[in-house]
Design a protein around this ligand. Structure first.
Ligand code: ACO
Ligand code: OAA
Length: 386
């Protein structure tokens, strides 16, 4: 355990010995139980409701995985058809949401747009405050259906392009790409995008999901929980890392410069984005699936240079620090190859993770306890006001 995560410094006095232990960053703290997913760093595995994520990514649609995360079981064909019909019927942006997105300056980060859009969607939902399971499920499905349109519109307006209306003859992933680019994408690109959505959907008590659970624990509404979670995901130590990976790739340029760039960055005590993880210390369970997907995209777009840069930086990082990539490392260049602007990468993560967040909101709500930890005071002792 590093010094920053160990128990508080002990001075030897009786008072100091009875001080409560501080687990900075809540490292190693088990805050609650969950049945949504299991992250196991010992076996380097991730299970969604018991199913290995790589098997789901290899054979299931994002819609099926969303159903699984929300309801605990994979859908029957009829259950999936009902969910799909509802999702396709809700894809179009309501006017107030579209207007709110268009009113925001393009100087703001797209994560600010996502955060604001969810707030506006909530403000216009007459059932926003209804915590009943059916209303809660409907809110989750509404955000799931609307976030692709928010992200796609934001990218298009920043490029000076008009909104593209959704198509209800396309699945979630194909329609998302259609709205973003105004063209149908090749099946292998749609599949690659779908795999990324499945892999990003859920990861137990990560910082943004924990945020959503904290908000829910006060009995606030689901939109408030998701809005707060988006704010947490924005940071580069969490979801923002997928954008930062691409920024690093652009800074490095070519594979032959990766090792020297890394030495400079480490020498300057910079964190290398897309590497390391709070829970996995021997590699992120999702990376092999996402890396295989990136390899397919590198081939599809004929960009071996990007694959070489990926390998060169990962190899140098393993050699210098023995720190392995997390999911954001292959996801960043994959989204770049698909044609997304770098700033849109974390909003893509939002569109996927909203499923995990809302599954946790419902789980928290079903067996709630206010989340309120303690702190150890280290400020001045009691003193008189002069
Ligand atoms: C989908 C996701 O959200 S995955 C996470 C995405 N985030 C990133 O990629 C950001 C880069 N990575 C990091 O900053 C960290 O690895 C985190 C925040 C993800 C995990 O952090 P922690 O569990 O707190 O690990 P911690 O910071 O204690 O790291 C342990 C040691 O490895 C080093 N280290 C960890 N990750 C990195 C990194 N990416 N680059 C350089 N050094 C690193 C730390 O500096 C620390 O070194 P020290 O002991 O000499 O001080
Ligand atoms: O679990 C974490 O701390 C971060 C992460 O990988 C995720 O949220 O997908």
């Amino acid at each position: 355990m590093s010094s920053s995560t160990s128990s508080s410094t002990r001075t030897g006095s009786t008072a100091a010995l009875t001080q409560p232990e501080v687990r900075k960053g809540l490292v190693g703290v088990v805050a609650d139980v969950t049945a949504v997913s299991k992250v196991d760093p010992d076996t380097n595995s991730l299970l969604y409701r018991g199913y290995p994520v790589q098997d789901l990514a290899g054979s299931k649609t994002f819609e099926e995985v969303a159903y699984l995360l929300w309801h605990g079981e994979l859908p029957t064909p009829d259950e999936l058809a009902v969910q799909n019909r509802a999702e396709r019927g809700r894809r179009g942006l309501p006017d107030p949401v579209r207007d709110a997105v268009l009113a925001l300056p393009t100087t703001c980060h797209p994560m600010d747009v996502c955060r604001t859009a969810v707030s506006v969607i909530g403000a216009h939902d007459p059932e926003a405050e209804d915590p009943g399971p059916a209303a809660e499920q409907e809110k989750a499905e509404r955000l799931f259906a609307l976030l692709p349109a928010v992200v796609a519109l934001d990218q298009r307006r920043r490029r000076g392009l008009d909104l593209v209306e959704p198509r209800d003859d396309l699945g979630y992933a194909a329609n998302f790409l259609w709205m973003a680019f105004g063209e149908e994408q090749a099946p292998e690109v749609v599949r690659a995008f779908e795999v990324s959505m499945v892999l990003y959907a859920e990861h137990s008590f990560n910082a943004s999901t924990f945020t959503a659970r904290v908000v829910t624990s006060t009995l606030a509404d689901l939109y408030s929980a998701v809005t707060a979670a988006i704010g947490t995901l924005k940071g580069p130590l969490h979801g923002g890392a997928n954008e930062a990976v691409m920024a690093a790739f652009e800074e490095i340029g070519t594979a032959d410069r990766a090792a020297a760039w890394l030495d400079d960055a480490l020498g300057a005590k910079r964190k290398i984005m897309g590497f390391g993880h709070r829970v996995y210390k021997r590699g992120d369970s999702r990376v092999p699936s996402m890396k295989a997907t990136l390899d397919d995209l590198v081939e599809h777009y004929d960009r071996p240079d990007l694959g070489e840069l990926y390998d060169a930086l990962a190899g140098a990082m393993a050699e210098r620090k023995n720190i392995l990539p997390n999911l954001d490392y292959p996801a960043g260049p994959a989204y770049h190859l698909m044609g997304f602007d770098t700033q849109m990468f974390t909003p893509l993560f939002v569109a996927s993770r909203v499923v995990g967040w809302t599954a946790h909101v419902m789980e928290q709500r079903a067996d709630n306890a206010l989340i309120r930890p303690l702190s150890r005071y280290v400020g001045p002792a009691r003193r008189e006001v002069p």
